[in-house]
Design a protein around this ligand. Structure first.
Ligand SMILES: [Ca+2]
Ligand SMILES: [Ca+2]
Ligand SMILES: [Ca+2]
Length: 548
């Protein structure tokens, strides 16, 4: 009896050293967790994919369940626990091979747990006391917080084995803002950009590489592309295409203009012919996606071999008659054919790109780098517009081509303006050698008569006098505005006398050249200015003398 009393005192003394447990804590019946699964076979769990919707619940005899600890891994001791309030979660198993087995562990927590924590918090159980492990490093450090009531509220572990198999990845070419797959330009030169998006249900980080092939999916035709690259540009330098016939090897470049880097070579790009690009993606389990290709049915991708030093860009829409796109193109073909022999066929017989025909099907979706690098395959660009150029298409590519000191392209640009000018000055001044375009009715004209002359106003450059050709009824769609050259630029032409919208006679500056003789800007559609037959002489001056 005395022995028993001593024992009782010792027991109470030990208990007294700690915080006194409450009655309910002493008697707590631990909660129990259950996993709830839907096997595809009632007798056994078949192989599943690596993303699964998993359900669980808990029961507590003398209280209620307030949450769960859930972990996925290979063993209970190595698992990383996450606090969950809900009874289910979509879980991604970290599959790195074709097939693997994972265990899901669940512990229920009953109402003896007093600390407030958020759903999804990382909890470490391995140490002598449970704690919130904010950095999930398994170490009690920094701002980590102990959870003194957790141990007593925690039930036994329920677990379930999940055999998991790999899902093949998929890949799609990029879509535009209307959810339509972006097609390559209907006709391109030897610079074409493609972009895509890969997906793997086992986690996009399990994609190991992309592969592309041109025209032929034979095993040795596939080009590997790093899994971090989602946009490539096929690029054939002029030095290669100029001497090539049939098909050619294209450089595969990644990155946008200024940051492009060659990452491979794709064989079999057909020149002056239609082409097709194939794409697939491979995952860490070495499974391939289905192959996708462009263009989609109903579309064409034709690759033109550049033949000249001059790219003529038609950015022109107008009505019928002598101002129709076809008539104007024919007019310019005729003018260029009259250029001096010294300039040669490499300019007289130009390459051509239309931004307006076929609803813009020739405009590359990625102007950067596709249009910039396309322009740079030519020594000269003649860009002609009607009422309004495609400012958003023109500005950055033309800046990179003819303004940036790192490049050496040269541009003759010809446009009129609209009746109501929605301030294109911001776009124009980004590439043209002008500071502003007049918005004032007093220096804006709508009509020029056939005898209206246009004079050279530069003292040093030998530009011929020009003259309007058609009568106003034909070109009354075009509006002329006084140009204000940059301080470094030189005005070269003015309309000698024209009547402004306020019926005042004035003489707007309509031609400007930049300080480096790389950019001639004409604020009149040039096809209107052959009244005195001097237009071929103007083109001779620009391409034979100024640009050289
Ligand atoms: Ca309980
Ligand atoms: Ca920690
Ligand atoms: Ca996969």
């Amino acid at each position: 009896m005395r022995y028993f009393q001593i024992l009782l005192i010792v027991v109470f003394a030990i208990a007294g050293c700690k915080k006194s447990p409450t009655d309910s804590e002493m008697k707590n019946s631990k909660p129990q967790a259950f996993l709830w699964i839907f096997p595809n076979n009632p007798d056994s769990l078949a192989l599943g994919i690596s993303k699964q919707h998993i359900h669980w619940w808990g029961e507590d005899k003398d209280g209620y369940v307030v949450g769960f600890l859930v972990g996925i891994g290979k063993s209970e001791t190595s698992v990383e626990w996450i606090f969950k309030i809900r009874n289910d979660s979509v879980i991604s198993f970290p599959l790195l091979t074709v097939q693997d087995t994972f265990l899901v562990f669940v512990k229920a927590i009953d109402n003896h747990f007093r600390e407030k924590i958020n759903d999804g918090t990382n909890i470490a159980l391995a140490a002598s006391h449970p704690f919130i492990d904010y950095e999930n490093d398994g170490v009690f450090n920094n701002n980590d917080r102990t959870l003194p009531t957790l141990q007593n509220a925690l039930g036994a572990t329920a677990k379930q084995k999940f055999p998991i198999k790999n899902t093949p990845p998929t890949v799609k070419f990029e879509i535009n803002s209307s959810n339509v797959t972006v097609q390559p330009s209907e006709t391109s030169f030897t610079v074409v950009t493609f972009a895509w998006r890969g997906n793997d249900n086992d986690g996009d980080n399990t994609i190991t590489k992309y592969e592309i092939a041109l025209n032929d999916t034979a095993t040795n035709n596939w080009v590997s592309i790093d899994s971090t690259v989602n946009m490539i540009t096929l690029f054939v330098p002029r030095a290669v295409s100029d001497i090539a016939t049939g098909s050619v090897t294209a450089d595969v470049m990644k990155g946008t203009y200024g940051n492009t880097r060659k990452i491979g070579e794709a064989h079999g790009l057909r020149l002056n012919d239609t082409n097709r690009i194939f794409l697939r993606v491979k995952d860490i389990a070495e499974d391939y996606s289905p192959i996708v290709s462009l263009p989609d049915s109903g579309f064409l991708w034709y690759v033109k071999k550049p033949k000249s030093k001059l790219l003529v860009i038609e950015d022109y829409v107008a009505s019928s008659g002598p101002n129709s796109p076809d008539s104007v193109l024919l007019f310019y073909k005729n003018i260029f054919s009259q250029l001096a022999d010294s300039i040669g066929d490499s300019v007289r017989v130009f390459d051509f790109l239309s931004l307006r025909r076929n609803d813009g099907a020739f405009i590359p979706f990625h102007l950067d780098p596709a249009l910039i690098l396309t322009l740079q395959q030519f020594n000269f660009v003649f860009w002609y517009a009607g009422q309004e150029p495609s400012w958003s298409v023109a500005s950055n590519p033309l800046f990179q081509y003819a303004v940036d000191p790192a490049t050496n392209g040269k541009v003759l640009f010809s446009t009129a303006f609209q009746f109501s000018i929605a301030d294109p000055r911001g776009s124009i001044v980004s590439f043209a050698p002008i500071e502003a375009v007049s918005l004032s009715d007093d220096s804006t004209a709508t009509r020029a008569y056939a005898d209206t002359t246009v004079s050279n106003i530069s003292t040093i450059l030998n530009f011929p006098p020009l003259q309007f050709k058609q009568n106003p009824s034909i070109h009354s769609l075009f509006f002329y505005r006084n140009l204000y050259p940059r301080s470094t630029a030189t005005p070269i032409y003015k309309i000698d006398s024209i009547v402004s919208k306020t019926h005042r006679k004035f003489s707007p500056t309509v031609g400007v050249i930049d300080a480096n003789n790389r950019f001639v800007f004409m604020g009149v559609p040039l096809h209107l200015l052959n009244g005195n037959g001097n237009l071929p002489s103007f083109f001779n001056t620009v391409f034979g003398n100024i640009f050289k």
